[in-house]
Ligand binder design. Structure first.
Ligand code: ATR
Length: 278
């Protein structure tokens, strides 16, 4: 029987997940179907849609905006990454159990290390933003052995609170939180923009001096071209600039392997989805 999967979100039409999983399934010869599901944002809307999908025999789901915290509440068992992120982006249904995972951070780390060829171990890492995207990235970045992780946010208290929450899980990595305006003369090897600023073509206000020579500037958004953040990094003249296409495909690959037990090849899918940064 064909196994059924779906991605749920609102809006959902823009989602690349059906394309990505369709390509994975074809290449790995998996008998599965993957569709989109528009969730209702009214109270209980997420749970109703997921209950119905499970009742029809669905095997698993990806979860996107605005339902990642609803999925966190819905899951009966959570991975450490999901627990720390406070958000779930993949569900697996197994004999009445609902397993919740968050693969965004591991997708990011795999993209940087394997696709971009930059080991994170020993690097000074700056993460802009202190929302869900940052929460999801912290544990995988610490696991990869970053030297220092600085979380800088427009609202500095949120960055400080997140750094404090995260420190017991940081595996010896130094974690600091501060305002965007308090980076002083600090310089970083990798700078992630995990704010939602790029979605509105805005810019977290930072000094171009944060980029070390040869630094990687990574915007977690996908398909927005050269965002103001990436432009700043490029104009600083010292950075390699990339968007989140690789992260998107790698987090999907993690979910695919979790569901199907087969590791899909990501290279061609990333190439197919890459939008030039202009
Ligand atoms: P997500 O789940 O995508 O991380 P979120 O939890 O709403 O979304 O968090 C959005 C993040 O982007 C926050 O860190 C926010 O900063 P504040 O905490 O100060 O609101 C940040 N952000 C959004 N727009 C921004 C902008 N124009 N400049 C700088 N930071 C911005």
């Amino acid at each position: 029987m064909t196994d059924r999967y779906a991605v749920i979100g609102n809006p959902i039409d823009h989602s690349k997940s059906p394309l990505i999983h369709g390509l994975f399934a074809k290449a790995a010869d998996q008998d599965m179907q993957y569709s989109t599901l528009l969730g209702e944002t009214s109270p209980g809307g997420f749970a109703r849609a997921v209950d119905a999908f499970r009742a029809e025999g669905g095997s698993g789901m990806n979860v996107t905006v605005p339902f990642k915290t609803d999925a966190f509440a819905y899951a009966t068992e959570l991975s450490p990454d999901a627990q720390l992120a406070g958000a779930v982006n993949a569900l697996k249904f197994e004999d009445g159990r609902v397993l919740g995972q968050n693969f965004d951070g591991i997708g990011l780390v795999r993209d940087v290390q394997l696709n971009l060829g930059l080991p994170i171990a020993g690097r000074r890492v700056l993460v802009l933003g202190a929302g869900g995207a940052t929460r999801g990235a912290l544990l995988p970045l610490a696991r990869a052995g970053a030297n220092t992780i600085v979380i800088a946010n427009r609202t500095s208290e949120k960055a400080r609170a997140l750094a404090q929450d995260f420190t017991p899980h940081a595996k010896g990595v130094t974690v600091q939180g501060c305002g965007l305006d308090a980076l002083d003369d600090q310089v970083f090897d990798i700078v992630f923009n995990a704010t939602s600023a790029s979605l509105g073509a805005e810019m977290p206000v930072i000094s171009p001096s944060v980029f070390a020579p040869g630094a990687l500037a990574y915007d977690l958004v996908y398909g927005k071209g050269l965002t103001p953040f990436l432009r700043l990094a490029r104009d600083a003249g010292r950075s390699r600039v990339v968007d989140g296409v690789g992260m998107l495909v790698e987090q999907a690959a993690e979910a695919f392997e979790w569901w199907r037990g087969v590791r899909p090849d990501t290279r061609e899918v990333i190439t197919r989805l890459t939008v030039p940064l202009v």
